[in-house]
Write a protein that binds this ligand. Structure first.
Ligand code: AMP
Length: 479
């Protein structure tokens, strides 16, 4: 993790068009998406006369449940954003939605994803006189919109997006429309819902449930929907459909298990991964123990498939956030103990298999294994419900630089030794695809973006390839 004040787009987005409680509903929707970003939140609304913007550091519930804040966000149109935690200083000017007064009126933008040519574009724009207010790649889109000449803001946004590369699910709010767009490969999610006469757009369907909205459909890869008082129109700004490359890591870890993405229940996907893992790498043990909460659905699948009983051998304290929130390696280390405690009575003298979703730096696994051994487990086997994470994500999932990924430096045998387990296995890449209902990964045209496991990046990485930025800077600068 970086020590910077730059923008990291591991985020959640939510918008409501045509509801008198648009801002309050947005606050609720963002609360349901809080797992996608805990560092900051913002809502921009429009009341037929003017835009209103409130952006705060911290959790949605801390600022946006206060009546006076919601009362300031007048209007029946609103979009909102939650932003993932980074370390170091955080500047409010980077918190989204970003808002700008443009030639054709005001425009607010909320972005989930990461552009891989933002730095290259930014250099060009600054050379031509653009003055950037933030270090966010999203601001690049606003400057590109400002430079277009089409007759509506929606058309200008299409022109601007034709120039960007990478992953983007975007919401935009203008004085006449709410716009939702997914990048041509649909790397990040975006779904459409309906609540009475209002349309709702959200990163995940769990945000519809909280406000009682019904799920209508996913926005398709490469689709732009423009919602106005009169209708909802679908456009294809990037030309004919390309095969989707939806992020498989959303299923592995990132999304909430009660969400449905591209017709797959995230919970069922995780359970299937656990079953597949049990078939690929069984363990002769007394019990299956999940690393809560991220390992729970996969553990249930593992236990079901292997016929070994499932036990909560580790108890999670729910009053701490995700471990990654902690700024330094040292505190993150300590953070594992803040979050988990061994259920010693269950573990003493038992052979166990621990199931977790992924290993990033390895800190969590090392501490958890030490903890269950101290609690008396006689054998500890570890099964991971994703292939080894060997590559950084440049599309909006917050991963550290490649060198900090345990699996990029060590073999599985070496990792088992470092973590201190009797055996270690990861699901294979084909096993992951099988769990997702495919027969195998189509190596010439993979069905998902799995770059973090394979290094097969589905878009150009122009900022790196063109030399405008090295890998580490792209991770820390342009998100
Ligand atoms: P580590 O201790 O660095 O190996 O972290 C591994 C744990 O962090 C996993 O078991 C997940 O629960 C969680 N995790 C994995 N990827 C991410 C991510 N991109 N952001 C936040 N947490 C993550």
């Amino acid at each position: 993790m970086s020590n910077d004040d730059h923008f990291h787009d591991e985020c959640g987005i939510f918008g409501v068009f045509n509801h008198r409680d648009a801002s309050a509903l947005s606050a609720l929707g963002l609360h349901a998406l809080q797992h996608r970003g805990q560092e900051a939140a913002g809502i921009v609304s429009y009341d037929e006369h003017q835009f209103h913007s409130e952006r705060r550091l911290g959790l949605v519930g801390d600022a946006f449940t206060r009546e006076e804040v919601i009362n300031r966000l007048k209007g029946s149109q609103a979009i909102g954003h939650v932003r993932y935690a980074t370390s170091g200083d955080t500047v409010l000017r980077n918190v989204q939605p970003l808002f700008a007064e443009l030639a054709l009126g005001g425009m607010a933008i909320a972005h989930n994803g990461n552009l891989t040519n933002a730095f290259t574009l930014k250099k060009e724009l600054v050379r031509k006189g653009a003055i950037f207010q933030s270090t966010s790649d999203t601001e690049t889109i606003i400057h590109l919109v400002a430079n277009q000449a089409d007759s509506t803001l929606a058309d200008r946004l299409m022109g601007a997006l034709a120039r960007v590369e990478g992953a983007f699910s975007l919401l935009a709010l203008t004085d006449e429309a709410m716009i939702g767009v997914r990048d041509p490969l649909g790397v990040r999610p975006l779904s459409l819902g309906k609540l009475d006469d209002a349309y709702v757009l959200a990163s995940e369907t769990c945000a519809f449930d909280i406000i009682g909205a019904e799920f209508v459909r996913d926005i398709e890869p490469g689709e732009m929907v423009v919602i106005t008082q009169h209708n909802i129109a679908s456009h294809r700004p990037f030309g004919p459909n390309k095969p989707s490359r939806f992020c498989v890591f959303e299923y592995v870890y990132f999304a909430r298990p009660d969400s449905v993405m591209a017709s797959h229940s995230v919970y069922e996907a995780r359970k299937n991964i656990g079953k597949e893992l049990a078939r690929e790498a069984p363990a002769d043990v007394d019990m299956v123990v999940p690393v809560p909460d991220s390992g729970v659905p996969a553990s249930i699948g593992f236990a079901e498939e292997s016929g070994v009983r499932f036990e909560l051998g580790i108890i999670r304290n729910h009053y701490v956030g995700r471990t990654f929130i902690e700024p330094s390696d040292q505190i993150r280390h300590f953070g594992v103990k803040l979050k988990h405690n061994a259920n010693s009575i269950k573990l003493k003298g038992k052979k166990i298999v621990l199931v977790d979703d992924s290993i990033v730096r390895g800190t969590t696994s090392m501490k958890i294994v030490e903890m269950v051994r101290e609690a008396g487990a006689s054998e500890v086997h570890l099964r991971i419900a994703s292939p080894p994470t060997t590559n950084s994500c440049f599309y909006g999932v917050d991963t550290p630089e490649r060198e900090k990924l345990l699996a990029s430096r060590y073999s599985i045998t070496e990792m088992a030794k470092l973590i201190g387990v009797d055996s270690l296995a990861f699901i294979s890449i084909d096993g992951l695809y099988r769990a997702m209902g495919e027969t195998s990964r189509h190596n010439d045209q993979p069905q998902f973006c799995d770059a973090c496991f394979t290094g097969d990046y589905p878009t150009a990485l122009s900022d790196i390839e063109g030399g405008a930025m090295d890998q580490q800077s792209l991770l820390t600068e342009s998100r």
